[in-house]
Design a protein. Structure first.
Length: 97
């Protein structure tokens, strides 16, 4: 059962919105290799605000994801693409359909 999640908010630097969008698209193959990541969504909230929402069955899988390839790649690109460091929030999933 999915009961853990991550909400990662990303604010693109002016003029870097398309690059951030491309980066998020490029992360999909990496997450497909993660057996513990149940669901992974990359979303755009405004022209410059993006987010990643992903779900996990437990804390261990969530922590593995946080130490994985996507998080590493995102932190390497953060100063180039983002206004500030990503805001990473661990959340509990209360209901799922």
């Amino acid at each position: 059962m999915v009961n853990k999640g991550l909400l990662v908010r990303l604010e693109a630097k002016p003029g870097k919105e398309k690059e951030l969008e491309k980066f998020l698209h490029s992360a999909l193959p990496l997450v497909l290799e993660e057996s513990g990541t149940e669901n992974w969504y990359a979303i755009r909230m405004t022209e410059s605000t993006f987010a990643i929402f992903d779900t996990f069955a437990n804390d261990v899988d969530r922590d593995v994801h946080l130490g994985g390839a996507i998080a590493t790649a995102l932190m390497e690109k953060a100063s180039e693409l983002l206004v500030a460091n990503p805001v990473i929030e661990k959340v509990d999933v209360l209901a799922v359909k």
